[in-house]
Design a protein around this ligand. Structure first.
Ligand SMILES: [Zn+2]
Length: 408
């Protein structure tokens, strides 16, 4: 067994151990400011200490470990991901990146680097408890909103109260934010949560950026009527209009290389013998390019309005949500690509992230670089989430080289 193989085996067994810190023994759920958050972080802190790292908990309950440099003339390199989970989660979303960073630093224990390297486990990314996502990284990146302290969980406990009960001072939340000048770069390794690497038969891939997203609710109105008496040519069938819109959306997304999803659709009045008078549906559109996202949304909305007009239907839309696209730093992408090529002997795959990650918040204070690890059938946010130890070994090799590469 080589050093790296034993490192990957340890990463796998630690992922199993971390998964035992859960609200229930039957399934993995670990939410922010809970006893399982505390216990998982105590475990991480113990592993960090074993790896020779200096450890601390920050103002919002993130767990940190630092490989101290004797000559820190440069800013600090940050490695991170999240340690919280969705309800009934898999073991690897977020946690794999934290454990891999920790293992890479353990392997580099006796290697002197001319900069500090910090590994951080962000205590909340998923928003499972308070529906407010990315609390951990927002605090570090200086984006913590004091109004979040008033947000309540399902039991009516405010975030401020939960912080206080956890032993944190809510008034200090986010006051220990890092500043850009102190950060060399932010690196995150994460499972892909999609099927692209598996389809390409590659263990890892370089992330080009995190897609921006817009979500809308659309309303199409026509005229309800008797399903037996109104001839097709005289109908204002809201559902048939919406069906044509759905085809247009799919074709448009395919030809413009974006993703668009109608995840929800209500047909009214919703009776088997009544012509639909109204349809409400949601549209989620994502693109790696913010400019393209804006352009595509404008163009698509115009096309949908046109379809409605041709069919004598009314059409309206309301934006529900938007998130900016965040590109990964070009130089960091190239740096990842060269370590990936070295360790896989294959041309590196570059791919976008359709899901959000802590890196997109950290981009406010640092250049970000992300590496994806192949996961089985792209399954994530599910107990069946799984990765191969051999892929983890490749990711660990790449991460370890990447961390050292800033010395050159
Ligand atoms: Zn994640």
């Amino acid at each position: 067994m080589t050093n790296m193989e034993s490192g990957a085996a340890r990463v796998m067994s630690r992922a199993d151990i971390l998964a035992t810190y859960s609200e229930s023994p039957e399934h993995l759920t670990r939410a922010y400011l809970t006893p399982e958050h505390r216990n998982a972080h105590d475990q991480l802190a113990q592993w960090m200490t074993q790896a020779g790292l200096e450890t601390w908990q920050d103002s919002v309950g993130n767990q940190w470990g630092r490989k101290v440099s004797s000559n820190p003339t440069m800013p600090t390199l940050l490695l991170g991901s999240h340690s919280d989970t969705v309800a009934n989660a898999g073991k690897y979303d977020g946690n794999l990146g934290v454990i891999l960073g920790l293992e890479a630093l353990a392997l580099l224990k006796d290697v002197e680097l001319p900069y500090h390297v910090d590994v951080v486990a962000f205590a909340d990314e998923e928003g499972t408890r308070f529906n407010t996502t990315l609390i951990g990284s927002s605090s570090v990146a200086g984006c913590f909103q004091p109004s979040w302290l008033e947000v309540e969980d399902a039991q009516g406990i405010s975030m401020g109260k939960a912080m206080h009960d956890f032993g944190l001072a809510p008034t200090l939340a986010g006051h220990d934010a890092r500043v850009a000048s102190d950060i060399l770069a932010y690196l995150e390794v994460h499972i892909e949560q999609g099927p692209v690497l598996e389809a390409k038969e590659l263990p890892v891939g370089v992330v080009t950026g995190i897609a921006g997203a817009k979500r809308y609710e659309m309303t199409v109105k026509g005229m309800a009527g008797h399903a037996g008496t109104v001839p097709i040519s005289l109908r204002q069938d809201a559902f048939c209009g919406m069906a044509q819109m759905a085809s247009e959306i799919e074709a448009y997304a395919l030809s413009h290389n974006i993703v668009a999803t109608i995840g929800k659709c209500d047909v009214l009045p919703g009776a088997v013998n009544v012509i639909p008078g109204e349809v409400r549906f949601t549209l989620d559109i994502r693109s790696l390019s913010q400019v393209q996202l804006e352009q595509c949304c404008d163009e698509l909305l115009a096309k949908l309005a046109n379809i409605a007009a041709q069919r004598n239907l009314s059409f309206s839309h309301r934006q529900l949500y938007q998130a900016q696209a965040v590109p990964c730093d070009d130089a960091l992408q190239q740096r990842w690509a060269s370590v990936v090529e070295k360790h896989t002997q294959q041309t590196p795959c570059f791919l976008p992230s359709g899901a959000g990650h802590d890196a997109m918040v950290m981009a406010n204070v640092a250049d970000i670089g992300m590496l994806f690890v192949r996961c089985d059938r792209g399954i994530s946010h599910h107990p069946a989430e799984s990765v191969m130890e051999s892929d983890v070994a490749v990711a660990l090799d790449c991460f370890t080289d990447m961390i050292q590469s800033f010395a050159n």
